[in-house]
Write a protein that binds this ligand. Structure first.
Ligand code: ADP
Ligand code: MG
Length: 825
């Protein structure tokens, strides 16, 4: 019998035995519906039947006992007909249901009582479980718990708690250690404390003509007294009746020489805490949920469920990494016996989070690695000949990246590689050589870039490299396809791609938007990968059959992050600039030193060089950014540099208009380009030697570094001038960092330190939002988890062995059902 049907049978039978009092399940039959529907779908039960069951049970609570009996019998009749089962009356009574003989193996699977009837009186849970599927049982809505009505459930849903499992994983925000409380006379300025005291007095005062309300209280504990204040939370006074005992938590401040607490957290003292739990959890709340009740509900769920949960982590991993078991970890994270066991619980649960992430990305990687791809073997002499025909020799880092790629191409499995390198590090030439290998052996290659101007730039580089300096291909075998390509030419390109006479196509989104078919696409290169969506990258890949994929990015990712974020890709890093590059001189000027910047501009333009001037986002609206740039453009042209040709680029232009302006700047039609932040992507204008960034304090590190990378692309000495909006910002940490180093990786690490990982995650997979305890920057933890995940994949890549079944389920749950872990990016 399907588990979901089995479940219904048990409920129905139990209801019958109890005389249809709707108490077979706490909260009533209605309460199980949501989770039952999910189970039924998982069992493949037809939607018709699901609909009938749910519509009948929806109103069960409001029916008379006679009607309830009718409904359940009717429903069961329908079910038994559909599945050829006995009628309800013929079923044995639940209590006397003979236990089937079970083999030892089954016994271990059915390790929990099927219906739990005797639960400690403190806990009023009655949850019916089937088999070992506690994961499904934990998906029951919180309303199955006694004491949680619809209103409270709604409050919980606001903090993201919908199911029992959510409650188990609703971790405390902090802990109050009642064994280590401080008395008021021992408090020190600046420390974070929890203290217990009695309210001496309290009052509400109006400030600023009644606009603000200030609640004040004097709290004493026998050793002394302290003043606590709350701004604009007038309702708080009702909890401050004199004589009542309260718990306050917050940071000790100072006011007129005396210690105070400003806006501390306030809680009624629960005497029990003083005696029972010495370390008390404090949970994240909303206004409709009070600490004490939530704590007691979680206590119920944890004390009932934590011991019954099965640990999905294989024994050898737990021993290997010295991890606490899941049962204890879930207990200890909520109600720790000691700070040590709390730490152990945290470590275990944080490990799980990262481990699940790694399993997800590795599964993706494994799936790729097991596809078959065409083998492209390049002989050494052939490669050397290509290298000899280049106008320069490759840097060590370029050679090593090329080595990685050649190995991938000859492996028989699709390459799935990320080529990471700072702006100007020379990624394109490496991609060009990969293209040479594939296209000289009957394959076709595509290179997709985010803008036409970039596509055009790549087209020139690749034509120059492969059919001018070298003669691997004829010029006609390399083509450019962008939105503006004339219709007749498009058609010709489409034909010649289909018949195989074009070997390399370089283009923009047009490559996936136009009805293009390749004769034999074997290599897809995607430049500036973060500028494309998941679907777009997949669309290009799907134009071939398991083609080799190379994605490129100029955004340096801190090493500590790349293992996690790009765990499904192989990574090559170009961490070295071609020789002869001049270090870009970066200077920070105060807002009153504009003159210095103008003199530099004059000098460089006088030498025939070109200048970028970037204007910041004034506020969030692109309108003001646009206005600032327009205004500055006019001012510069009219007042400062009337003799120079000054272009203007901003986000309100159509993409095609932007490209025209960029192209004119590249071709030397402008001396100065005034621009908003739209000028970010890797356009190569070697003649540009000055980058002025106005309002520099408004930009992030990564963005500043990208801007700076627009200059210094030729042989001439280049300058980057940062001008913050106000004097104070001279002290800005980010600006100092950018002045100190030109190394994108160092800056990325700093960016991570200062702003957290959010910036780097971008469009990557959803699993990252599931991290509650682990930090995505905890390199040690990530390495441990990755090591264990790799070992597991070596031994059981498809999670087939019985001891990995629970793990597999837990992992699906972590990543969300039907999630394919995203696309490679
Ligand atoms: P990015 O990595 O930002 O895409 P590009 O591929 O555009 O960098 O390269 C920047 C410039 O450096 C190009 O003009 C390219 O020809 C040149 N270049 C690349 N590799 C070398 C090298 N090993 N030696 C000298 N110049 C190089
Ligand atoms: Mg590039």
């Amino acid at each position: 019998m399907k588990p979901s049907i089995e479940k219904l049978k048990k409920f129905f039978k139990l209801e019958e035995e109890r005389g249809y009092d709707d108490k077979a399940v706490m909260g009533g039959l209605e309460g199980i519906l949501d989770s039952w529907i999910a189970d039924a779908r998982a069992d493949g039960i037809g939607e018709d039947l699901i609909k009938v069951v749910s519509s009948r049970l929806r109103d069960y609570q409001r029916l008379s006992k006679v009607s309830r009996e009718e409904i359940l019998n009717g429903l069961w009749k329908r079910i038994s007909q559909e599945f050829d089962l006995d009628s309800l009356q013929k079923l044995p009574k639940h209590a006397s249901e003979p236990r089937k003989q079970r083999t030892k193996k089954q016994e271990t699977q059915i390790s929990k009582p099927e219906i739990v009837k005797s639960i400690p009186s403190s806990s009023s849970l009655l949850i019916v479980e089937t088999k070992d599927d506690h994961l499904a049982a934990l998906d029951a809505p919180v309303s199955v718990l006694q004491g949680i009505g619809p209103k409270y459930a709604k409050g919980l849903s606001k903090i993201g708690v919908l199911t029992l499992s959510d409650l188990l994983y609703h971790f405390p925000r902090r802990y109050d250690d009642y064994s280590k409380l401080k008395t008021i006379n021992r408090l020190r300025y600046g420390e974070q404390v929890t203290l217990i005291g009695t309210v001496q007095s309290s009052q509400t005062r109006k400030l600023q003509g009644g606009k603000l309300k200030l609640v004040e209280a004097i709290i004493s504990d026998g050793s002394g007294a302290i003043r606590a204040t709350w701004f604009n939370q007038p309702w708080i006074q009702q909890y401050l009746r004199s004589g009542s005992q309260v718990v306050l938590a917050g940071k000790i401040d100072q006011y007129l020489g005396r210690l105070t607490l400003n806006n501390p957290e306030l809680e009624q003292l629960d005497q029990e805490n003083l005696h029972t739990n010495r370390i008390v959890p404090v949970y994240p709340l909303t206004s409709s949920i009070r600490q004490k009740k939530l704590r007691s509900i979680i206590n119920q769920v944890v004390s009932y469920w934590a011991p019954r949960i099965k640990d999905y982590l294989p024994e050898n991993i737990k021993t290997g990494e010295n991890l606490m078991d899941l049962q204890s970890a879930l207990l200890q994270i909520h109600f720790p016996d000691s700070m040590d066991s709390l730490e152990a619980a945290r470590t275990r649960l944080a490990f799980d989070e990262i481990f699940m992430l790694q399993l997800g990305v590795l599964e993706q990687k494994w799936a790729w690695q097991n596809q078959i791809a065409r083998i492209y073997q390049a002989e050494d002499y052939w490669i050397n000949e290509r290298l000899n025909n280049l106008p320069f020799s490759l840097t060590k880092a370029q050679k090593s990246a090329l080595g990685d790629i050649l190995k991938d191409l000859s492996s028989g499995h699709p390459m799935n590689r990320l080529l990471q390198g700072d702006v100007g590090s020379g990624k394109t030439i490496v991609a060009a050589l990969a293209i040479a290998v594939v296209t000289s052996q009957k394959g076709q290659a595509a290179l997709m870039a985010p803008t036409s101007i970039l596509a055009e730039q790549h087209y020139k580089t690749i034509t120059r490299t492969l059919s001018q300096s070298d003669a691997v291909l004829m010029p006609s075998q390399i083509r450019l396809l962008v939105g503006a390509t004339p219709a007749a030419e498009k058609e010709e390109i489409i034909n010649n791609l289909a018949n195989g006479s074009i070997k390399v196509i370089i283009g923009t989104h047009a490559l996936i938007e136009e009805p293009i078919h390749f004769q034999n696409l074997q290599l897809a290169v995607i430049d500036e990968q973060h500028r494309f969506g998941v679907e777009q990258r997949a669309a290009l890949r799907e134009k071939g059959k398991n083609p080799h994929i190379l994605v490129m990015t100029a955004t340096p990712i801190p090493r500590s992050l790349s293992l996690t974020i790009y765990g499904d890709l192989d990574i090559s890093i170009i961490d070295e600039m071609p020789p002869g590059r001049q270090e870009i001189v970066t200077r920070l000027l105060s807002p009153i030193q504009h003159e210095i910047a103008y003199r530099l501009i004059q000098r460089e333009v006088g030498k025939g060089r070109q200048v970028y001037m970037v204007y910041p986002l004034i506020d969030e609206s692109s309108l003001s950014e646009f206005k600032a740039a327009v205004k500055e453009h006019k001012r510069l042209q009219d007042e400062i540099f009337p003799n120079y040709r000054i272009g203007l680029l901003h986000g309100r232009l159509k993409p095609s208009e932007k490209e025209v302006i960029m192209a004119r700047f590249r071709d030397g039609d402008y001396d100065i380009l005034v621009t908003t932040s739209v000028i970010e992507v890797g356009v190569d204008v070697p003649n540009a030697t000055v980058m002025i960034i106005e309002g520099a304090n408004r930009f992030g590190l990564a963005q500043l570094h990208q801007f700076r990378g627009r200059v210094g692309r030729g042989e001439d000495k280049s300058y980057c001038i940062l001008i913050p909006q106000n004097e104070d910002a001279i002290e800005n940490k980010r600006l100092k960092a950018i002045v100190e180093t030109n190394d994108g990786f160092v800056l990325a690490e700093k960016d991570l330190e200062q702003r957290g990982p959010g910036e780097f995650l971008g469009t990557r997979q959803s699993g990252y939002t599931n991290l509650r305890l682990a930090s995505i920057t905890d390199t040690k933890l990530i390495q441990k988890a990755r090591h264990q995940a790799l070992k597991l994949f070596e031994s059981d890549p498809k999670f087939q062995s019985p001891e990995h079944q629970l793990l597999r389920k837990a992992m699906r749950k972590f990543w969300g059902e039907n999630h394919d872990y995203g696309e490679i990016s």
